[in-house]
Write a protein that binds this ligand. Structure first.
Ligand code: SIN
Length: 543
């Protein structure tokens, strides 16, 4: 029982370490990478705090050195998912009664553990198994996940302080209850921080969770699970169940206790889950909350007044960092005809400088794409562009899966505004450019707005303020995160709450109070101190 109205620590964004030559953090991460690459680990399921080995093993590999097996993980069957749901239900009893400040303390401790003892482990696992450079791992697995923990605690405090008025003689209260069932968290490979946030945000609010990690990021995600345990998260609050979409997803999604899904992944999967929930809607104990962030066809629109270097750097970082595998990555650009020759030359010069290879060599700006399926899809799209009269591959385009799944940063020039790679998400290092007549800037904004079904991120580059204002107005619904003279990636928790609408998701803004609202089901409590003892109202009296 609490005896105080506690204030949580004021959150701040975790400083990003730079890993420059000679720095202590560089030496430490290099040692950790070497150690982890030399071992093979076996990752179990974690259900109700118990490690479970199913014997249905799958390999965890390095995408940039695909023969290198980092270990194996056990895959769940539907029985394990049912056991995880039961464990979540058992844990709910105690977790529900745990004072909010105790829950906060566990996640604040997780933040400090990650900032210190666990930092190298999570970064190295993210580098090796997800092929992130040290900088991309640091801003994700360390800094962003720490920020999620710290800021969500702060937002929980704000949410709980949201209370109604009370008229004289009574007290009205809002109890911000967790949902009445379990939350199913389905997490993506591309951000370890999102993988950690999707189960932990609902858990912080008193929910218990079944967590299905992506099959291509199990190593780092397992270490996140160990971090939760070390931070003091009680057994069964989060249950870790890797496995296939069908083996894990179907039993979780059709269970009557499903209270919500917290999802990041492909649009097709999200829509399938939504349909599945819709089809069984009469069978649930409550209407499941559906919170999802999916794909994007994220754009950069350049006005003729755009600054060349700012624009080209924005395109290179925005389109190609982490091999373009961010939901937010720039994947289409609308560039003015008068500037195209100069921009193409600058892009060509910068792309020629970008080294690609094993992320353990810190000179590499790029690693490999995540797996064979992704490689094949990207190589196929590049090949189709080469074969099409509607497009020209102007830069890059080389694909080589001999050692790892490597795709050179590629720029396609589309000759039609509805060319397929201007509309559909590829999720890789491929940027499609559409060159427009300078005088048609306003028309190109309309074109950008209606070309793709997505609305996640977008950017405008212009020195002319009126051009910026016009883009803000015309593209109001084209992106949930909109950037002016900046790349459309790299949202920071507490600064640019992240999420998009249309086909991109429910725009519930991860790492913000808006997201936490989805994990509570408020109960209004009215207490009348001295209740009336006569049913008659004064108007009932005789004249
Ligand atoms: C993402 O979810 O893909 C990343 C967020 C960002 O880069 O802003």
């Amino acid at each position: 029982m609490s005896h105080g109205t506690y204030c949580t620590p004021v959150p701040h964004n975790e400083p990003v370490k730079n890993y420059a030559p000679g720095s202590p953090e560089r030496a430490a991460i290099k040692a950790c990478l070497q150690r982890m690459a030399a071992e093979t680990v076996e990752v179990p399921l974690v259900i109700g705090g118990e490690e479970v080995r199913t014997g249905r093993l799958a390999e965890m590999v390095m995408p940039h050195d695909r023969q290198h097996v980092l270990g194996t993980y056990h895959r769940a069957t539907s029985e394990h998912v049912h056991a995880a749901i039961q464990a979540a239900a058992r844990a709910k009893v105690g977790w529900l009664e745990t004072p909010w400040e105790e829950r906060a303390a566990i996640f604040l401790r997780a933040a400090e553990l990650l900032a210190t003892r666990w930092r190298d482990t999570l970064n190295a696992a993210t580098m090796l198994n997800q092929s992130k450079t040290v900088h991309q791992a640091e801003i994700d697995a360390a800094c962003e996940l720490i920020d999620f923990f710290r800021f969500n605690v702060h937002y929980m405090e704000q949410l709980y302080a949201e209370q109604p008025e009370s008229a004289p003689g009574m007290w009205n209260r809002l109890e911000h209850r967790p949902l009445d069932g379990f939350v199913f968290a389905v997490t993506p490979f591309n951000f370890t921080s999102i993988a950690g946030n999707l189960p932990s945000a609902p858990a912080l609010l008193g929910n218990t969770v079944v967590w299905k990690p992506a099959s291509t990021s199990v190593l780092s995600n397992y270490y996140v699970m160990k971090l939760f345990e070390e931070a003091g998260l009680p057994a069964g609050v989060i249950n870790f169940v890797p496995g296939s979409g069908a083996d894990v997803g179907d039993p979780a999604l059709t269970h009557p206790s499903l209270a919500g899904i917290h999802f990041t992944g492909s649009t097709a999967t999200f829509q399938r889950m939504w349909r599945q929930i819709g089809a069984g809607i009469a069978d649930y104990g409550q209407y499941p909350r559906i919170v999802g962030e999916t794909g994007g066809k994220d754009f950069v629109v350049a006005h003729p007044s755009a600054d060349t270097e700012a624009l080209v750097v924005g395109l290179v970082r925005g389109a190609f960092e982490y091999q373009g595998q961010k939901c937010s990555a720039a994947s289409r650009a609308y560039l003015p005809r008068s500037r195209w020759p100069e921009l193409k030359d600058r892009l060509a010069a910068l792309l020629a400088e970008l080294a690609m290879g094993d992320i353990r060599d810190f000179r590499n700006f790029l690693g490999a794409v995540i797996d064979q399926a992704s490689f094949d899809q990207l190589a196929g799209s590049i090949q189709a562009a080469r074969a099409s009269s509607d497009a020209t591959v102007v830069l890059g385009g080389e694909c080589d899966d001999t050692a790892g799944w490597f795709i050179r940063p590629t720029v396609i020039e589309a000759h039609r505004p509805d060319y397929v790679t201007l509309r559909e998400e590829l999720f890789g290092p491929v940027l499609t450019v559409f060159v427009y007549d300078d005088a048609r800037y306003e028309e190109v904004l309309d074109l950008c707005d209606r070309t793709s079904a997505y609305a996640l991120t977008g950017a405008v580059f212009a020195e002319d303020r009126a051009a910026v204002a016009l883009a803000l107005r015309k593209l109001r619904f084209a992106a949930g995160n909109f950037y002016v003279n900046d790349k459309p990636t790299g949202a920071v928790v507490g600064q640019q709450p992240f999420g998009g609408s249309r086909a991109s998701g429910t725009n519930d803004k991860a790492g913000s109070l808006l997201n936490l609202l989805r994990w509570v089901s408020p109960r209004t409590i009215k207490e009348t101190f001295v209740p009336p003892r006569d049913y008659r109202y004064p108007f009932l009296g005789e004249e």
